[in-house]
Design a protein around this ligand. Sequence first.
Ligand SMILES: NC(=O)c1ccc[n+]([C@@H]2O[C@H](COP(=O)([O-])OP(=O)(O)OC[C@H]3O[C@@H](n4cnc5c(N)ncnc54)[C@H](OP(=O)(O)O)[C@@H]3O)[C@@H](O)[C@H]2O)c1
Length: 512
Amino acid sequence: MKIDVAESQIYSGIPERTVVIIFGASGDLTRRKLMPAFYHLSREGLLPQKMRIIGLGRRILLEDEFISHMKNRVIQYCTHKMEDRFWLPIADNMFALRADFKEDSTFETLISEFDRLEKEWGGPINKLFYLATSPSHFEIVLQKMIQFRLHEEIAPNWVRVIVEKPFGLDLQSSDSLNRLLLESFHEDQIFRIDHFLGKEAVQNILIFRMSNLLFQPVWNREFIDHIQISIAETVGVEGRVDFFEQTGAIRDMIQSHILQILAFLMMEHPSSLDPEIIRDEKVILLRAVRPFSKSSIQENVIRAQYSEGVVNSQLVPAYRDEEGVKKESLVETYAAIKLFVDNYRWRGVPIYLRTGKRMGARKTEIIIQLKEIDSTSMPTVLGKQRPIPNTIRIEIQPRAGVELTIGWKPPGLLTEVESTSLTLGAKAQLKEPKAYERLLLDVMRGDSTLFIRYDEIREMWKIVDPIIKYWEKENKELKAKNETLPSYPAGTQGPRIAKAFIERDNRSWNKL
Ligand SMILES: NC(=O)c1ccc[n+]([C@@H]2O[C@H](COP(=O)([O-])OP(=O)(O)OC[C@H]3O[C@@H](n4cnc5c(N)ncnc54)[C@H](OP(=O)(O)O)[C@@H]3O)[C@@H](O)[C@H]2O)c1
């Protein structure tokens, strides 16, 4: 059944007179994701009628140069062709400001620009502040905004703030960032982003589970042997060394992206699609993850760093030889975790999580491996053949889709069982909006469904915090002994220890 809703109905509530202020406009996120997203929205006619984008950064020199650089990045990263009729409404309304957000003068300039716009546009304006900078800068930017009273709203106009991930660097810093926000902002002004939630395939996990009776009865420990969630990248640090040296793979990928996927995949069915009810269910699931102790970390968590290797036919350096990385860096570029969810539905089902940079393939996928059938149920057919368990593979990127592996008899005179797959999703590819496009639109419309509530963030930190603390301690010992992390050649499936890690349970990673 397809419900046809006019686009104008879906996208009602696009505001008028809106200023978007990007702290970190000279950074990677702005050029690779935000500008292409604004361009897509312009193509769809979904930008506010009066809109100004103010981009801040210390490296911005000339405004014209900055705008033409942004245009080139849109050409590079956009799936649609560049057309001036859609680009000019953005370019003509962009203000590039060479500024340091530690300086008062930056905020004084912003206030005078807001005053000027209110006069020019003939009324109060909405302000959307985007913290597109490293998490270590969030507090200083927020403190300055509060000092200059930029959080204050004058109804009916709004002030909203988008906080990028990772939200804090551990449980403690995340709590203190949240306290700072809530001292001055109302909860409905705060949009904590994890762009994975903007991805069509992540949103589809819940719909896939809820709308197919075929899967509902098997979605539990009775039928599921184990689950794998993998995020593999072929890229390295791509000029984001300072950021990655602070975060590493566990904060960058597991703390939010992978645990959000886990929550959507394993939570109980919500009683409605109301955002608060979905978030409540996610929190209940995250709370049921078995906490890590020192011994369970030693047994169930591994990390590694890439060494030199070949990715996409190109020789790439080891992580420690990347420009800007310290020769003695102990930051993990790969991490794998085995965890358990201790509730009635999932008790005893191992969940394997892994993420890595400079891997042999770029892929984000979920594997739901069902248990083997009892071979005595069809002895004459199977003979000595091992039963082939069903697998549900949900691919999130690069191609959103679902693949179901089933056993059947191949045509021919022999009676044997062969594994074959049913796939769906190719059609969705064509219509899929980009994550940031969807999320920016939602913030402007005030819809927080695809943003994360703080109690979810807190539960996610509570899962990974003991691992981070354990590694910090272990790093001191490694440094004292002049030892390094285990390694894996760039362009491969990951470290050898990861293979052994899952094989000891008589299981294997799905090939990426
Ligand atoms: N890049 C991505 O694909 C991506 C994806 C998802 C989430 N994110 C998140 O987005 C955020 C930004 O990531 P990014 O990759 O864009 O980082 P980045 O490339 O390191 O950019 C950081 C930005 O902050 C600015 N900045 C730093 N100190 C400043 C100061 N004192 N005054 C003014 N500007 C300052 C930098 O500008 P100047 O150096 O010119 O001052 C730069 O524009 C992070 O939280 C990250 O986790 C990024």
